[in-house]
Design a protein around this ligand. Structure first.
Ligand SMILES: [Mn+2]
Length: 431
């Protein structure tokens, strides 16, 4: 058996059209690669879309691509991620499932007596692999699913089993995301053959005794400036198991299984990437600007920057002036004439005499992390909730309010949708 594991596709992300094009091109290339490698089925471990209500052209593009899989009889199994549905539980994934383009494997019910969540496996018709999982929610809302999960039911099921998750697991958390809330891997059922993770945009494979390999693929395509700077590109896993393992009825130990399963990472690269890290220390906005242009003009003589993505990070304290005095428009234009595909900058870490508050947010340029640490700094001034509830609520409110009126949505419907979403959030936190 051979299958693919993709996660954090974030289709429709990036404001810049050039970057959005790369994100969809990466997706198309990944699916074609899966087809060429003749996988039996494909998994998407959440965050298929970047927003709960994606633009029509993105949904159309995805439906068109998934139709190819359907024609070739390659099933697609998914769990929704934290970005895939609105607080009122609306998700485009439901539409795609109704159209027969994918199967949401997060299916189950609450046992009336035990009050535990009982998940059902979806069996892949051709390989007989059994797949289930838990959808992702924003903040730590999702952890209640794990706290109330009937794990034994999943642990004692015979056959080849895949568990999909879209949450932060403590044991799989990379160093640079240490401050994120997480739940322990022991919240997941033991004895699954593969744990297909999403949510954390950092490639990881961890072996924990009693469990099969627990994995994050990382984002299929970097989703923001800091991911682009750190990873340049994304990719996915192909998992291959030897066939004698497939129709077994007894439960084998995870150690026995390990030897019969190979996981390989397949990077997908559309454009090359160059990063420049430059210090503003003892420079004026004008000299800094000259230095950046100079760097690329000189570099271009050795290795042309033609068709490459360029990221520029500036940090340190300007001798005079402020970050907004740097004429980025001129820099972009010059690099454009040298043939760069697209240029992005991050000047959030430039310090000036006037404004230094960003420093307190720690050593990071990831806007999400800056946001989180600023919220944490000011928690508890407001006595209505405990700190954890307040943090979750603020994060959820911020993400719900980060929306705009959709194509053809009436203003009154838009207002109603926002009010409804906010009411759901406030009701959920009212304890
Ligand atoms: Mn994600």
């Amino acid at each position: 058996m051979k299958y693919a594991h993709l996660a954090d596709l974030h289709l429709g992300s990036w404001r810049d059209e050039e970057m959005r094009k790369l994100s969809t091109a990466t997706f198309e290339k990944a699916i074609n690669s899966c087809i060429n490698q003749k996988v039996d089925f494909i998994l998407f471990a959440g965050d298929i879309f970047n927003n709960a209500l994606p633009a029509i052209d993105i949904v159309n593009f995805l439906a068109f691509t998934l139709q190819k899989l359907k024609k070739l009889d390659i099933p697609l199994y998914v769990i929704p991620g934290s970005h895939d549905f609105s607080p009122t539980n609306r998700s485009m994934i439901d539409v795609l499932e109704s159209a027969g383009l994918l199967t949401n494997v997060c299916k189950g019910s609450i046992n009336k007596e035990t009050k535990l969540l009982e998940l059902n496996y979806t069996t892949d018709p051709k390989t007989k692999a059994k797949i289930t999982g838990i959808l992702g929610r924003r903040g730590m809302l999702g952890s209640t699913y794990y706290e109330n999960l009937n794990r034994e039911k999943l642990e004692s099921e015979p056959g080849y089993k895949i568990f999909m998750f879209h949450t932060t697991l403590t044991e799989l958390k990379p160093k640079h995301l240490e401050m994120l809330d997480s739940c322990p891997a022991s919240f997941l059922p033991k004895n699954q053959d593969y744990y297909a993770g999403g949510h954390i945009h950092h490639r990881t494979i961890v072996e924990i005794p009693g469990f099969g390999p627990m994995t994050y693929t990382g984002a299929l395509f970097p989703n923001n400036f800091s991911e682009l700077k750190k990873y340049s590109n994304g990719g996915f896993y192909i998992i291959e198991t030897s066939n004698q393992d497939l129709n077994k009825t007894e439960i084998t130990s995870s150690e026995q299984k390990k030897s019969t399963q190979i996981i390989t990472y397949h990077p997908i690269k559309i454009k090359d990437h160059i990063h420049l890290e430059i210090s503003a220390k003892s420079k004026t906005p004008e000299t800094l600007q000259e230095e950046i242009i100079d760097y690329f003009q000189t570099k271009n003589k050795q290795t042309p920057i033609i068709d490459k993505i360029i990221t520029i990070s500036v940090n340190g304290k300007l001798e005079k002036g402020k970050a907004s005095d740097i004429k980025w428009g001129d820099i972009f234009k010059t690099l454009g004439t040298l043939g760069a595909y697209h240029v992005l900058k991050n000047d959030l870490k430039i310090q000036t005499q006037e404004y230094q508050e960003f420093l307190q947010a720690g050593d990071t340029t990831d806007s999400k992390l800056i946001e989180e640490s600023l919220i944490k700094e000011h928690l508890g001034q407001f006595k209505t909730f405990n700190k954890q509830t307040e943090l979750d609520l603020i994060k959820n409110l911020l993400s719900s309010l980060n929306t705009s009126k959709k194509e053809a949505e009436k203003t009154s419907d838009f207002q109603k949708r926002i009010k409804q979403d906010i009411n759901v959030l406030l009701a959920n936190n009212n304890h």
